[in-house]
Design a protein around this ligand. Structure first.
Ligand code: SF4
Length: 205
């Protein structure tokens, strides 16, 4: 592998590929090789194009389809706005998947996992889950995307607010989805029935 990332490593790939599994390789492979390579994931299942890859498990953040040249080493992930290499267990999402469902699953997971000791983690993860739920049900507002970024930017050990790193792991994928797939999220919100977001909010309040 490259300097600073020497030695073999176990890489996993799961999701929308032909051959999910765990593979040993040198640390000079790219994310694209892990997903598409004959020795690894063997291309996308059904030939459906890739939409996104969470290359280090969801906590590390997300790559868009045009970022798969990222090296699966300890340094390159930071060049793509990721927290790090993480578990090197890539989760692959295909182009037929609604990004709102991905956002919903990610936020639901962290809201469930928060143990509740730290206020910003307990409240922030469940707040983001509620916002993502509204967006997924076709009742999102454009300002919800900024709100998600704002909430995610005020949680975790990095700003010195929490006991453990769970909220940092929560915010990288959420901020990544909003940043890298904002156009798709905005398209969904624009296509909603007018007044639906306000109606759902009034009902919830
Ligand atoms: S930051 Fe860690 S300790 Fe604090 S509430 Fe979240 S999961 Fe619990």
């Amino acid at each position: 592998g490259p300097k600073g990332s020497s030695g073999p490593k176990l890489f996993c790939v799961s999701g929308a590929v032909n051959r999910p599994g765990c593979f040993e390789a040198a640390m000079d492979i790219t994310c694209e090789e892990l997903v598409m390579g004959d020795r690894f994931g063997r291309w996308m299942a059904g030939g459906v194009p890739v939409k996104a890859v969470f290359p280090g498990g969801i906590s590390m953040g997300v790559l868009a389809a045009n970022e798969l040249k990222m090296k699966m080493d300890f340094d390159d992930p930071r060049n793509y706005g990721l927290l790090g290499l993480g578990t090197a267990a890539a989760v692959v999402v295909n182009a037929e998947t609604d990004i709102r469902r991905v956002l919903l699953n990610v936020t639901r997971f962290y809201a469930h996992e928060s143990c509740g000791q730290c206020t910003q983690c307990r409240e922030g993860t469940s707040w983001m889950y509620k916002i993502a739920s509204r967006i997924a049900m076709g009742a999102g507002r454009m300002e919800d995307l900024d709100l998600l970024e704002e909430v995610a930017g005020n949680m975790g050990m990095m700003p010195g607010l929490s006991i453990c790193g769970l909220p940092d792991g929560a915010t990288f994928p959420i901020r990544g989805i909003v940043k890298k797939f904002r156009g798709e999220l905005e398209e969904h919100i624009r296509a909603q029935e007018p007044g639906r977001a306000e109606g759902v909010l009034a009902m919830l309040n």
